[in-house]
Write a protein that binds this ligand. Structure first.
Ligand code: ADP
Length: 373
């Protein structure tokens, strides 16, 4: 089988590592021929994943396509799907998820719990929605890693809002942020991973570290699982999805957003779960049985982000000290250049003791630094 991946970042790289266990010929489309996935595929094609003709031509060479980022040309995927190329996830699911407005409307339409919201066409429209404040303003298309998100606490903050079609949603009093990964195969069977629990860096607005399985009362876990499964079933698309949720102060579970692809919140599944999210997606695409999502041991992920004030050729300070740690697994994404906040790699730690995980996560954060030469 010939399978193409749109996007060549670290998610594509880890997906290709898992592909090596199976009989599959891999293709990657990405603008940058030095990208993390460029050297792990059978065929690398340089081109823009947002361009109709480029995606269409790329897709005509393969039996199936998947994505590692949502920012792709969905029109081309729809045409390819109509012409018999299997797409994971379906273009209709990507179209909904790619746009935060359509995504929120999808949750509402299917009675999936999410924070109350309205759609705003421009900045002025926010003045008519003061009842939703304090709120979070999210640009419909084009935002990622917190860049399309603006907190609007009061009327005075409105000038900071996006002057483009956006979602204004009530700010949730977050107790915990969790994510659940769900796979669905071509016959509608599902497999769900134990939840992961996120801890965020308030300054960089990027994931700080993550624990899995999340520590949750059983009732909340069941609620979160039921919601994640509903999201994926209503999408009516095979593939692998990460459903990000908030647990609020009242113990309500609210969907924040869904990613229709392998996800940062599932990096730990490479070592810490029997079948990783990457392995699982290949099982779906290649029509193999779904894998075992069970956790082998609790784990933590520490992301390696480019250090502040360092831009240039990447150097990994403290690497050998971390590699001496018991059950620490280092993943470097092969990016030659570092810059502040850039995702350069991650470390997964496994331990049966959560205190030990937190302690080691902290140690890694303070020992391993990505600086420039
Ligand atoms: P992105 O797609 O850029 O990651 P998100 O929608 O996930 O954007 O928002 C980024 C972060 O902003 C979330 O992880 C959460 O911490 C915060 N956030 C988003 N929506 C809300 C909300 N309704 N209430 C409170 N915090 C929110």
């Amino acid at each position: 089988m010939k399978v193409g991946i749109l996007g060549g970042g670290q998610l594509g790289r880890m997906l290709l590592q898992a592909a090596a266990n199976y009989v599959v010929e891999t293709y990657v489309l990405e603008n940058d021929d030095q990208c993390p996935a460029a050297h792990l595929c059978h065929h690398f094609i340089k081109g823009d994943i947002r361009d109709f003709d480029t995606v269409y031509r790329f897709g005509k060479q393969v039996d199936a396509l998947t994505i590692e980022i949502e920012n792709v040309n969905v029109d081309a995927l729809e045409k390819l799907e109509a012409e018999g190329v299997k797409i994971y996830p379906s273009p209709s699911a990507i179209r909904i998820i790619k746009n935060k407005i359509l995504q929120k409307e999808f949750y509402k339409q299917h009675q999936i719990p999410t924070s109350p919201f309205c759609i705003t066409e421009n900045i002025d429209a926010l003045y008519g929605q003061l009842h939703l404040l304090p709120a979070v303003h999210k640009i419909g298309e084009g935002g990622y890693d917190g860049k399309g998100v603006q907190i609007i606490l009061s009327e005075q903050d409105i000038p900071k809002a996006f002057n483009a079609p956006s979602v204004l949603e009530k700010k949730v009093n977050i107790k915990k942020e969790i994510a659940l990964i769900v796979a669905m195969n071509n016959t509608g069977e599902t497999a769900i991973y134990p939840p992961a629990e996120m801890v965020f860096d308030p300054i960089l607005n990027l994931l700080d570290y993550q624990l899995s399985p999340a520590i949750l009362p059983e009732k909340i876990l069941w609620k979160a699982e039921a919601i994640a499964l509903t999201v994926v079933k209503k999408m009516q698309s095979p593939g692998l999805f990460a459903v990000e949720m908030f647990l609020d102060e009242q113990d309500e579970v609210l969907v924040n957003e869904t990613a229709p692809r392998v996800h940062n919140s599932g990096h730990h599944t490479i070592e810490a779960n029997y079948s990783s999210q990457y392995d699982m997606l290949w099982r779906v695409i290649l029509n193999y049985p779904l894998g075992n999502t069970g956790a082998i041991l609790p784990s933590a992920i520490v992301n390696l982000l480019g250090a502040e004030n360092h831009s240039g050729k990447a150097v990994y300070e403290g690497l050998s000290e971390i590699m001496k740690m018991e059950n620490a697994f280092v993943h470097l994404y092969g990016k030659e250049q570092t810059k502040p906040g850039r995702k350069m790699g991650h470390v997964t730690i496994m331990s049966k003791d959560y205190q030990d995980l937190k302690h080691k996560a902290n140690k890694i954060k303070h020992t391993l630094k990505v600086v420039s030469a």
